[in-house]
Design a protein around this ligand. Structure first.
Ligand SMILES: [Zn+2]
Length: 438
């Protein structure tokens, strides 16, 4: 009697549940983070078990990455990178209807922190690779697998570390797939748009410093740092940067307008975007630079006017010249405040064309006849920003068919994060087809 292997569509659920049960919380500080080590060891074990040799790279204690390479049948071809992060943002059990690290299955969903961001895709990737190894399938080109640490805090201990210190692991990689894309947006019973990420906005985290004359709170005072800062911060918070429709957003809006039968006014795309429902928050943020004040700090006593005050501004920039954005922001802030750069990661953008994109669209259509792949720009950031530094074309393609009424974008970092079981299984089938054809 021979031992039968589990079907990848069954195993993906177990792999996802196992990963969700591992707390890999990233607080942004290694001292208070659970770390990715246990999850990384789990992944490495699942790869080694089927004969894929993992390389384990730890940056700080417990902050662990796993990289592996599966040789393709045609060594003359460039390699494809498939990447997923292993860390998750914190979750407060008191706010959840199930424990966020329970990996429970009910109502047709797998529940847990990381269920869609992004242990679901980690599990899909493992399920496909394990099935291939057991059944002797080899991909046409080399596939490099990267399971990374620290994505939720800027990837310095994860993807950026790998790119800077171990670029040899990605030798030959010209294209990559990872989060956040490949999920469905239901137009009607016969049409679902699958949003493939081909661009993401850049990150500019800035600290504004206002300086003034310190003094007594009871006296006339015309050089108050708190007042100067507050004025600048409120101007920034209310400011709307000019409308810029990039090639990615234009392609997306044209597809969506056609699908929804909405008239698209190129001078006013936001009217069309407003009709998109829950994803309008993401798409709406991709037609302008944005700048949101997030932190304020000043003073140490109720009756003392402090000599300085600081504010943090979270800016997200469109592809293009980031310095031009800073010049625009300077106009809003005025000449007196000092601008300190805390974090700068340029926007990335690639075109929605070529054999890899065709393979995505074909794999989706084979599993969902109503599927139509469309490019879009993510307003946030992912590990793609790091891998793009190696000249790799990065796509968000973690395929997932979602129920029409699920508010998917609210689940990212949200309470009761969960992934549909049939969505996971759909994802495995699409990923398998896509990787075989890539
Ligand atoms: Zn993520």
């Amino acid at each position: 009697m021979t031992l039968r292997h589990p079907a990848p569509t069954d195993e993906v659920v177990e792999l996802c549940r196992d990963l969700l049960r591992i707390d890999s919380t990233n607080t942004g500080d290694t001292r208070t983070s659970a770390g990715e080590r246990v999850a990384a060891e789990y992944v490495a074990g699942k790869l080694a078990e089927v004969g894929v040799e993992p390389t384990i790279l730890e940056t700080e204690p417990g902050r662990t990455n796993v990289v592996a390479r599966i040789p393709g049948t045609d060594p003359g071809r460039d390699a494809l990178l498939v990447h997923g992060h292993l860390d998750v943002v914190p979750a407060d059990p008191a706010e959840w209807s199930v424990h966020p690290f329970s990996g429970e299955v009910h109502d047709g969903y797998v529940w847990g922190r990381g269920a869609i961001d992004m242990k679901d895709f980690d599990a899909m990737t493992l399920a496909v690779v394990r099935d291939w190894q057991r059944t002797g399938v080899r991909p046409p080109r080399d596939i490099v697998l990267a399971f990374t640490a620290d994505e939720e805090a800027g990837s310095d201990l994860g993807a950026h570390f790998l790119v800077e210190r171990h670029p040899e692991l990605f030798e030959g990689c010209t294209e990559a797939v990872g989060e956040v894309g490949g999920f469905s947006y239901t137009v009607n019973d016969n049409l679902r748009l699958y949003l493939v990420e081909t661009a993401e906005k850049g990150i500019e985290w800035l600290r504004l410093h206002a300086r003034g004359r310190p003094g007594h709170g009871s006296m006339i005072h015309d050089d108050n740092a708190v007042t100067a800062l507050a004025e600048a911060v409120s101007r920034v918070g209310r400011h709307r940067f000019p409308l810029v429709v990039t090639p990615t957003v234009r392609a997306f809006l044209e597809e969506v307008s056609a699908a929804l039968g909405v008239e698209l006014d190129p001078d006013d795309p936001e009217t069309a975007i407003a009709k998109l429902g829950p994803i309008a928050n993401i798409i709406g943020a991709t037609v302008r630079h944005t700048a949101n004040p997030t932190r304020l700090e000043a003073g140490y006593k109720d009756n003392v006017i402090p000599g300085r005050a600081t504010a943090t501004i979270d800016c997200r920039t469109l592809p293009g010249d980031a310095d031009e954005f800073i010049a625009q922001l300077r106009e809003v802030i005025g000449p007196d405040l000092e601008i300190e750069h805390i974090q700068r990661q340029p926007a990335v953008e690639t075109t929605f064309d070529g054999a890899l994109v065709d393979a995505m669209a074909a794999a989706l259509r084979a599993e969902d006849p109503g599927a139509r792949a469309v490019p879009y720009m993510l307003s946030g950031g992912t590990d793609a920003k790091a891998f793009n530094r190696l000249g790799i074309r990065c796509f968000g393609f973690a395929p997932l068919r979602l129920p029409a009424d699920l508010n998917f974008s609210a689940l990212f970092h949200g309470i009761d994060e969960r992934v549909p079981v049939d969505g996971l299984q759909f994802g495995v089938r699409v990923l398998d087809r896509f990787l075989r054809a890539s």
